[in-house]
Design a protein around this ligand. Structure first.
Ligand SMILES: Nc1ncnc2c1ncn2[C@@H]1O[C@H](COP(=O)(O)OP(=O)(O)O)[C@@H](O)[C@H]1O
Ligand SMILES: N[C@@H](CCC(=O)OP(=O)(O)O)C(=O)O
Length: 377
């Protein structure tokens, strides 16, 4: 049962498991204090969804904004990485405490889960997250997730909770991800420009859709802007998850947006095999290979990638690492797990399979990327 309208995200039959992501600007006021009343109303909506039989996972931002105020840090705690890490350490306790208190008011138990990018990039740790979330939900708890900002470094962090929410949705096998923002959806250009029009439904996050977004947060409290939301939509789409952006500002934002069908709904593609969904949502590639037009066509037809069609190898990757596959025009066509390391790929590129054993000195594998380990983008 596919989700084709915003309000269907509230239907436990179509969407048994929903991720709700709340941005910093909604949770924390301009004075640096939590927006308690607003959050109480949202928690009441979450409790109602649970009571109706829908499992809800919360992804909550706001730790840095809350902690910065308490520590008296400039620039909302985002002046340097060490400021952000310190602010998050202080803010996260307060944030988790607030969620726990308000959920308890409805008889619900909050479960704090702090994740780093690596926790979801590594397949074993990703499956561990899947298992933990499943256990928590089965026991009736409401997971409240944030990035573990205190240990995350610039090179290995999400930085925005939009992509984190999409990855969590994937790991949890959710059918829907709801991003509560300070805007009621994607507009065809910067919404401050005259004539900007909201797009109610997006079928495929194409380059034209990406061109509509500009990065940067409007409030100065958050981080990703519309750019990170579109990246999240892409991850969700590939994983067969519906993702929506709605205006989080009204009291009881979910009922308000669903009642008026007001927001942007990104339609999911057909659900992928779990392993392929994980691969498609991975954010870090260790390297890339360029392929010729013939190989690009073969991949689109569902074949494995053979070395004969490879024209260039970039990066320092090992066998089993995730790499990107670029077409003749330089656009990313696919991602996959390489059967060879970068040096072996360079040796084999452009050469036919019958030459491989002599080039390698051992029995070659059937392909450079097997089709079971390859996901088209
Ligand atoms: N094409 C677009 N459509 C909608 N919003 C856009 C677009 N391009 C840029 N934006 C900006 O992105 C902002 C939403 O991102 P952000 O402030 O990071 O939200 P959040 O705090 O909810 O994560 C909007 O308020 C808007 O200023
Ligand atoms: N993990 C960070 C939030 C990252 C962030 O800014 O997210 P968002 O406000 O959703 O753009 C925090 O808790 O402060």
């Amino acid at each position: 049962m596919k989700i084709a309208a915003l309000a269907q995200l509230a239907d436990p039959a179509r969407c048994p498991r929903l991720v709700v992501k709340v941005g910093s600007a909604l949770l924390v006021g301009k004075d640096g204090q939590p927006r308690r009343e607003w959050l109480s109303a949202l928690v009441a909506e979450i409790a109602a969804a649970r009571a109706a039989g829908q499992e809800v996972i919360v992804v909550s931002s706001g730790a840095i904004a809350l902690g910065a105020r308490r520590l008296g840090l400039a620039k909302g705690g985002r002046g340097s990485l060490s400021d952000a890490q310190a602010a998050a350490a202080v803010g996260q306790i307060a944030l988790a405490g607030l969620w726990a208190e308000l959920l308890a008011g409805h008889g619900l138990t909050a479960a704090q889960v702090l994740l780093t990018l690596e926790d979801l990039e590594d397949r074993r740790r990703y499956l561990n997250v899947t298992a933990t979330l499943g256990t928590l939900l089965a026991a009736g708890a409401v997971p409240v997730i944030n990035e573990n900002d205190t240990v995350a470094t610039n090179e290995i962090r999400f930085g925005d909770n939009d992509r984190l929410a999409a990855r969590v949705g994937q790991a949890a096998g959710a059918a829907g991800v709801l991003l509560l923002s300070d805007i009621d959806g994607l507009y065809d250009r910067d919404p401050r420009q005259p004539g900007a029009v909201r797009i109610p439904v997006v079928k495929g996050v194409t380059p034209e859709i990406h061109a509509m977004a500009t990065g940067g947060s409007s409030s100065g409290l958050g981080s990703g802007g519309m750019t990170s939301k579109l990246q999240a939509a892409e991850i969700a789409e590939l994983a067969g998850i519906a993702l929506a952006i709605i205006d989080g500002q009204p009291t009881a934002p979910i009922a308000t947006a669903f009642g008026a069908e007001r927001g942007t709904l990104f339609l999911p593609r057909g659900r992928k095999q779990a392993r392929k969904a994980w691969l498609g949502g991975k954010l870090r590639m260790r390297g890339s290979v360029h392929v010729d037009a013939g190989a690009a066509r073969a991949l689109e037809g569902g074949s494995s990638l053979l070395a004969a069609g490879v024209t260039q190898v970039d990066g320092e990757f090992q066998r089993g690492d995730a790499i990107a596959v670029l077409g003749p025009d330089g656009a990313v066509l696919a991602r996959g797990l390489s059967e060879y390391d970068a040096a072996e790929c360079a040796r084999l590129m452009g050469r036919h399979s019958r030459e491989h054993e002599a080039l390698l000195g051992y029995a070659p594998r059937s392909a450079l990327i097997h089709r079971d380990q390859l996901v088209l983008l």
